[in-house]
Design a protein around this ligand. Structure first.
Ligand SMILES: OC[C@H]1O[C@H](O[C@H]2O[C@H](CO)[C@@H](O)[C@H](O)[C@H]2O)[C@H](O)[C@@H](O)[C@@H]1O
Length: 587
């Protein structure tokens, strides 16, 4: 199944991917980063899945989300009638549930279901038993119950049923996880949960303040971003999946089920600009807990509750998505130095305050500590925002974001009357600016470069005018944008940096697709340059890459005309929201 054949359902603690054929191929419970119980996405059905659809198994005729919700409706037209399956995960009171309601739309349709639960990322075949007609699968710490309107029969380590649904009938299936040492959880009422889930989403969407063009795409992106927030703590995952490859058949397979400071702050920027301040407040509290301690211990990412150890492992029993191995869990990049995150955190906290979030003395105390760290370490080489696994370098973008950290600190003091060594920050800000313009700029080619003295450009340089480092009409910015457009375009979309089998920009073998965030950044830059028509055309080409339910992966590979990388990806949906806003501005 292609990445774009999946839709997302979730309960803001975890999420599932539902294929066009009605198969749930990915689900981690109880949290985003828990071991999965359905892992067909990264292996085969034998690694766990739950299929439900018309007998014979085929792709849905059409799918959609119920307007302004994360409730999926898949419909199949068959020779005997039309059937709809409504899939959702109700926001949790206690145990996580996946609800699937089969609804007869017209005629009579024969349906089938097949359930293979495999705990621990597709490895543990559970012990399955039936109690009062309900099915329980139990293995190690995990247990699930399936309450179904039809009995499922076991065989070949799977459970199956075939049944018919007539026009007007509604048959609810409820799948509930709980820790195996606890008793069977109380059964939920599917239809009540459906009504409540729909009301919850409608209420959330009603708060959206965005009224500009492309509103439908913006709202779908905002709902997707909200679905990536771990509600109990306010942490935000970069994506709900691991190891969907950036290079089909290759090794660029990473676990994104964690809270990157970079991705999370960018997500918040999009939400704050669209009227969602509660999420910013929850994340600021998450941040204060996660990074509490010594500033030198700050990590670039954490678990959703602020966990610090995210050891990277390879799951050798899984074949990988289209043979893309290894499948990894955990992420070794947690140990990297990425200086840009200081600028992203400072900028996000500044924007939160200017947007109306109440002052918090603890937040300012932490910001001062972060500033102390920047002041001491800004001139060191780092791994940069792309998390290269090669040697550290003086990445120009990292230095620019150190400038942002200092700049926002100065503005914070000026605007909100906070105290701090503002004169020292001003001087350092100007010194950082001068060094970047001297060492990060190639006057001969009239472009900033990926790192000091590098022959390459990098799409992250597009952020320079967007963060206010230089004005949009500065000739050095104009030259850099032109260089990115000349050197990094692939089929009209933007690569993050040059990647080829024979170069070593990121220390990894293989190539990759166009990075969607970078393509959206170019839309914003073009709009700022007054190239509105070109910007609009690129934006609409990007919108056309979204799948049938409006979702984007991390990258798009023009070689195969397919989405690649983890899915759906916050880093792609965030700049979509910003780019739409940029297109709505006059001028
Ligand atoms: O491509 C190599 C790196 O890929 C991942 O990092 C990317 O995803 C992060 C989460 O969205 C994002 O913050 C980062 O900017 C991207 O480069 C992966 O997590 C890394 O381990 C890997 O080295």
């Amino acid at each position: 199944m292609r990445i774009e054949d999946y839709a997302l359902i979730g309960d803001m603690q975890s999420a599932a991917l539902v294929g066009r054929d009605g198969s749930i191929d990915w689900l981690c419970l109880p949290r985003f980063d828990s071991p999965s119980c359905f892992t067909a996405l990264l292996g085969s059905e034998r690694n766990g899945h739950w299929w439900l659809g018309p007998t014979g198994r085929r792709a849905a005729t059409r799918r959609r989300y119920r307007p302004d919700t994360l409730i999926l409706e898949s419909e199949w037209d068959t020779p005997t009638g039309t059937v709809r399956v409504i899939d959702f995960m109700p926001p949790r009171d206690r145990n996580p549930d996946v609800v699937r309601i089969v609804e007869g739309v017209s005629g009579t349709v024969q349906m089938s279901t097949q359930l293979r639960v495999r705990f621990d990322y597709g490895r543990i075949v559970p012990w399955v038993r039936r109690t009062n007609g309900h099915l329980q699968a139990i293995g190690g710490p995990d247990s699930i119950w399936l309450h179904s309107p039809v009995p499922l029969k076991g065989g070949d380590y799977a459970h199956r049923a075939t049944f018919t649904v007539k026009e007007g009938e509604r048959l609810p299936f409820v799948f509930t996880w709980h820790p195996s040492h606890q008793p069977m959880p109380p059964r939920i009422h599917a239809e009540t949960q459906l009504a409540e889930t729909e009301a919850m989403w409608a209420e959330w969407v009603a708060k959206c303040t965005y009224e500009g063009p492309y509103r439908e795409a913006v709202v779908r992106s905002l709902i997707t971003l909200k679905g990536l927030i771990y509600d109990p703590t306010g942490g935000i995952v970069a994506a709900p999946t691991t190891s969907i490859p950036e290079d089909l058949g290759g090794v660029r397979n990473w676990d994104y089920r964690y809270c990157w400071l970079r991705d999370a702050t960018m997500t918040l920027d999009a939400l704050i600009n669209s009227g969602y301040l509660d999420e910013a407040a929850a994340w600021r509290s998450w941040l204060l807990r996660a990074i509490a301690g010594r500033p030198q211990d700050l990590q670039i990412m954490y678990g959703v509750a602020g966990e610090r150890r995210l050891p990277e492992m390879q799951l050798d029993w899984l074949d990988g998505y289209e043979d893309s191995r290894p499948v990894r869990i955990g992420n070794q990049a947690v140990k990297q130095l990425q200086l840009d995150v200081y600028g992203e955190v400072m900028s996000c906290l500044f924007v939160s305050r200017t947007s109306g979030l109440a002052a918090d003395d603890r937040a300012w105390a932490i910001q001062r500590q972060l500033l102390d760290y920047v002041a001491e370490h800004w001139d060191e080489p780092d791994e940069g925002l792309w998390e290269v696994r090669g040697p550290r370098r003086h990445f120009t973008h990292s230095k620019v974001m150190c400038w942002v950290a200092l700049d926002r600190a100065v503005q914070y003091v000026e605007r909100f009357g906070r105290t701090g060594p503002v004169e020292r920050w001003r001087e350092l800000r100007d010194a950082v600016h001068a060094e970047i313009c001297e060492k990060g700029f190639d006057a001969r080619r009239n472009t900033f470069t990926q790192s000091y003295g590098s022959p390459d450009v990098d799409a992250a340089l597009l952020l320079m005018p967007l963060v206010g480092f230089l004005p949009i009409d500065d000739p050095r910015v104009t030259g850099t944008v032109a260089a990115v457009e000349k050197e990094l375009m692939s089929d009209g979309f933007v690569l993050r940096y040059p990647v080829a089998e024979d170069n070593d920009v990121d220390g990894l073998p293989g190539g990759e697709g166009a990075f969607l965030a970078c393509s959206f950044w170019l839309v914003e830059v073009m709009a700022m340059q007054g190239r509105k028509e070109e910007a609009r055309q690129l934006f609409e080409r990007l919108l056309a890459l979204r799948n049938d339910v409006g979702l984007l992966a991390e990258e798009y590979d023009p070689r195969y005309a397919r989405m690649v990388g983890n899915f759906p990806q916050a880093f792609s949906h965030v700049p979509l929201v910003h780019a739409a806003r940029a297109l709505s501005e006059p001028g």
